[in-house]
Design a protein around this ligand. Sequence first.
Ligand code: DP6
Length: 388
Amino acid sequence: TVYQATASAPVNIAVIKYWGKRDTKLILPTNSSLSVTLDQDHLRSTTTSRADPSFDHDRLWLNGKEEEIKGDGRTATCIAELKRLRKEVEDADSNAPKLSTFPVHIASYNNFPTAAGLASSASGFAALVSSLAQLYELPASPSTLSLISRQGSGSACRSLYGGYVAWNVGTDPSGVDSNAVEVAPREHWPDMHALICVVSDDKKGTSSTSGMQRTVETSALLQHRIKHVVPQRMADISKAIQERDFDSFAQITMADSNQFHAVALDTAPPIFYLNDVSRSIIQVVVEYNRLSLANGGGYKAAYTYDAGPNAVIYAPEKNMKEIIQLILNYFPQKDAFKDTFALFKNDKAEGKLPAGFNKNVAKVHQAGEVRNLIHTRVGDGPRKLSSE
Ligand code: DP6
């Protein structure tokens, strides 16, 4: 018999940011966070796992290239946790094949290029955990599996669900209550679209893992954020999602992105993730919302930035075409635009800026360029692709 399973898992982009660990080994955060899962039709990691008694040891390939599994590393921890759960299945059922004793070979692929500027660790660890859970026929819920993928990469725990997902900070030192939970499924608010603006970035910045640790050690502002800001924002944005209230969702999302980058700046030595293009996109979104509010409308778009210069703009579907045109107007494309991942074929640049739009809000021509736009939307959770 061949013991093999394939699963895919989505990318997620936080609107309330995780930044800081209280336990670096178990990956327990200093605050709760909340994210939107993006559509796997556009962005996903796909992982195949195989268990075989003839294998010599556990091995891992990422995009076709073998990566060493370090004994005390995050991948080894996830595999060990899943084998432990498999052992429980075998102890309860003497007929179950002893897969927990077999080495595994794991191969994972991202369908998006590294050049897309997206972190792949969240979808990568979620897909690894999902494929092994399927291979081992574990009776585990996504929430239980989130406890394991969390130990691969904190943000990966949120990729075990589709839709709108919270990661509870928890209080137990063992981490049992620091799990991911579904706030609302995709179907509750399917109108949420996302535009990833890939911004040119030559130098490699500070990694999330080391950057957030430095923030925990040196930032007084982080302590204020943890105690006095995030708990209320978690409650408020959950309510906004329940009520499909984009105005509140947008205000909280932008405020939390701003505070995360303020906390990075408050770190010693300071960490800069935004560049001039990132800041120009903020100014364009602010002006776009100002114009709508001035005309008696509501918020039309919300920006958010992770540990890098790329913008993610969340907006209701009906505004997306206008937003794409706005970005393309502001950031002229020298080369043919690579819209490989565009959701709509007619996302092309055309037309003018909206009437009344102050085109002087951002000096972007000297600032650099937007390399690529990826238009996608809220998506579903991990998928089983095949057993065999
Ligand atoms: C800014 O999950 O990549 O994207 O737990 O050390 O692997 P580790 O860090 P990681 O940090 C993500 C930080 C963030 C915010 C977020 O996704 O919530």
